[in-house]
Design a protein around this ligand. Structure first.
Ligand code: GAL
Length: 731
């Protein structure tokens, strides 16, 4: 054994302590006894689905994201993707005294993305990330509400390290020392390949040289690693999402506007604000209640408080006004909860906020939790949940359960933290699936293989640029993210934030700490003191216009989600995913694509103009209709009413009538905008709303030569139908 000889030499030469030698030798012997043959397992890959390879390295743990998953891979979706040749990257592993180490090579100029909801960095190559579940991380350390041990590279493949441990990813930032002395090399920027703004990164991270991805997994004696072939980055992500089970398709109402009321609101206040929104024509599909609906929150009782004496009547009233009702909660169960006693044996050995922590890996805990929620909430009209506090707390007062916790399922606290958000989503999914309903909700933590869950991540952080980066980043890892709006610094800040919110997976105003809608007063203290901005009606009108823009895009966004479900294609994506061969896109984390035809370039408060990079093709300014050639940066003025939007030539953009909610029949009336000359086509889907939705494909086609538009349906369609009320050509 080569390794053995090396250790013996190091020992003889005095470079290794005898104690270390003995423990390494013992570990190697143990591995040999397990049949691995050597400390290093050069993994043999097995193609488990077309274009998906599995490396079983050492002895994987029993509790992992894949082993505890709810949804099976979407086999037919995977089979429908274009074939890939051989496994695109070799992976090997070895046991270490610290756990297990996975290694995969990186080529020069191979850029790495992903690792979950990383709000502070975009390109991951050159960085060290410890994937620890945490609320509100302060640094770019890898801590995240939703760290995902999955990365994807510009060479067009993805890698999932199937672990619930806090794995550390060294993304090509480490170099082994040479076997023999060698002259110091001065790394060069690869001329002609790296654009100027990448040059620094190239030097610092030696991206122009071959590198290595090192993944250290504590505790484990082995791990399964999945490789997803492309050959493009976009296809690799699609394969990963299909392997997860396919992307979520929210119900149509979930794509409308969301408003969450202040956390001390009572029933009367909720109904009053709901009525006011309808009177004042504020678009809103979903009303969310924060903690006050609970008789005890922090920890939670899951029973209604005295502030809500008639929850069923309230839910009915809201539903008559075409609102859906969403409830905030977390899982830590208070002693006054009717399910406390039943859950006690099926919970972890530590408390959080005086409540017990249900073991969501155990079917018994899931059943007790779900049955109660179904009977007390869903049965009376609750359409979904915001499942809060399911991450961890190293930066926010250390309120959560410790890593040394033990759960009846066999998980320790570290594994449970990694999986808590996912398996909590499973528990709630069980309710809606049993009732044949679709839901859409919020979750504060997620991890690997999350694409099928109709849940959107959010955060108490609030840096606007980071929130925008989240939109570009989340799509690499099968996650949905909302850059929610709360209060604001100024009216400008309010409008700029709202504009980004409406071009996101969930258009959420989270007014949990302000009594009045933010357009009445952006300042938190003044808002709560009831001091309205003298110009609030003007601001309200501006906000209404932005929210109406969202309502216009609902059919288009819904169609993008249908592709997420069927093909695993994220509805929102970083530019590099679609244009990996264009180095200018590699670092762009402040623009993103929504669907195939729309490029969104958000503006943050204080910017008077915006430089936008337009990739290959031709692009039309949504607001002015001006045509721009691609592969160039344009600088445009950004009046406050406008978030820069560019439509790719060849796009048929279907815009709905702006309505207050998606139940309004006018929301099915479409103006079809045909961008560019010639024939332009696009697809919408009529959705019957069922759990396994009946989707009628509606093909809209503008015939440039004949100067006419046509609509073709495949399938009968059960629900309401789209109707094109106008065609417009933009050339
Ligand atoms: C936080 C959550 C906020 C809000 C608040 C209410 O944990 O992130 O959005 O719900 O709790 O207490």
């Amino acid at each position: 054994m080569r390794e053995g000889r090396k250790w013996r030499r190091l020992l003889a030469e005095g470079h290794m302590r005898r104690r270390d030698f003995l423990s390494l030798a013992a570990a190697a012997t143990a591995l040999e006894a397990k049949g691995s043959g050597a400390a290093t397992t050069a993994g043999a890959a097995k193609e488990v689905y077309p274009g998906v390879w599995k490396f079983t390295l050492g002895t994987p743990e029993k509790i992992t994201p894949a082993a505890t998953r709810r949804y099976p891979p979407a086999a037919s979706g995977l089979a429908a993707l274009p074939p890939v040749g051989a496994c695109p990257v070799p992976v090997s592993g070895m046991a270490t005294r610290r756990g297990y180490l996975v290694r995969a090579p990186l080529e020069p100029k191979e850029i790495v993305y992903g690792l979950g909801l990383q709000l502070q960095s975009f390109i991951q190559r050159g960085l060290k990330k410890k994937l620890r579940v945490n609320a509100d991380p302060k640094m770019d350390s890898g801590d995240s509400h939703a760290p995902v041990p999955f990365y994807v590279t510009t060479r067009g493949y993805g890698v999932l390290v199937d672990t619930a441990r806090y794995a550390t990813f060294y993304c090509g930032n480490q170099r082994r020392k040479p076997e023999r002395p060698r002259p110091a090399a001065v790394p060069k920027d690869p001329a002609g390949v790296a654009p100027n703004d990448l040059a620094v990164a190239y030097r610092r991270y030696r991206m122009g040289e071959p590198g290595e991805m090192l993944v250290e997994i504590p505790q484990a004696e082995g791990v399964d690693v999945y490789v997803f072939g492309g050959p493009t980055m976009r296809l690799a992500v699609q394969r990963y999402n299909l392997f997860a089970g396919g992307g979520a398709l929210p119900p149509r109402w979930g794509l409308g506007m969301w408003y969450r009321c202040k956390s001390d609101y009572d029933q009367a206040e909720v109904l009053k604000l709901a009525a006011e929104f309808r009177e004042r024509r504020i678009p809103c599909d979903v009303f969310g209640l924060e903690a006050s609906w609970l008789s005890h929150a922090y920890s939670c009782s899951f029973t209604w408080s005295e502030k809500f004496p008639e929850p069923a009547a309230m839910a009915r009233k809201l539903s008559e006004e075409h609102y859906r009702l969403n409830l905030w909660e977390h899982a830590f169960t208070h002693p006054t909860s009717p399910i406390y006693e039943a859950l006690l044996p099926h919970s972890g050995d530590y408390e959080v906020w005086g409540g017990i922590v249900p073991d969501f890996l155990a079917p018994e805990a899931r059943k007790i939790f779900a049955e109660f929620h179904e009977a007390k909430h869903v049965a009376i009209g609750v359409s979904g949940y915001k499942i809060d506090e399911c991450d961890n707390s190293d930066f926010t007062g250390a309120w959560s359960f410790p890593e040394v916790s033990a759960f009846p399922s066999g998980a320790d606290g570290e594994q449970m933290h990694s999986l808590f958000g996912l398996r909590y989503q499973d528990t709630i999914q069980g309710i809606f699936e049993k009732r044949g309903m679709r839901t859409y909700g919020l979750v504060r933590s997620s991890q690997a293989l999350a694409a099928p869950y109709p849940y959107v991540l959010y955060s108490d952080l609030y840096d606007h640029r980071e929130f925008i980066r989240g939109l570009a980043n989340a799509g690499f890892s099968g996650l949905l993210w909302t850059p929610e709006l709360r209060n604001a610094e100024t009216t400008e800040d309010l409008i700029r934030r709202l504009q980004v919110v409406v071009f996101s997976p969930m258009a959420l105003l989270n007014a949990w700490y302000i009594k009045n809608p933010p357009w009445k007063q952006v300042n938190r203290q003044a808002n709560n003191a009831g001091q309205f901005d003298p110009k609030w009606e003007e601001t309200e009108a501006r906000c209404r216009a932005v929210m109406e823009l969202r309502m216009r895009f609902v059919p288009y966004l819904h169609a993008a989600f249908v592709r997420y479900r069927r093909e695993g294609l994220p509805p929102l994506r970083a530019l590099v995913m679609d244009y990996p061969d264009d180095p200018q896109t590699w670092r762009i984390d402040n623009q993103y694509l929504m669907g195939d035809g729309l490029l969104v370039a958000p503006v943050v408060a204080g910017e008077a103009e915006r430089a936008v990079y337009l990739p290959e093709g031709e692009w039309f300014d949504y607001w002015t209709g001006e045509r721009h050639a691609g592969r160039q940066r344009v600088t445009i003025p950004v009046p406050l009413e406008r978030i820069p939007l560019f439509v790719r030539a060849g796009t048929l953009l279907p815009l709905a009538e702006p309505t207050q909610h998606t139940a309004d029949p006018r929301s099915w009336r479409i103006t079809a905008l045909a961008y560019g000359g010639g024939t332009v086509a696009g697809t919408l889907f009529e959705d019957d709303g069922a759990l396994d939705p009946g989707l009628t494909e509606v093909r809209l086609r503008w015939d440039g030569a004949g100067n006419s538009g046509s609509v073709r349906r495949s399938g009968a369609g059960l629900g309401p139908r789209y109707e094109v009320i106008a065609w417009k050509r933009i050339e």
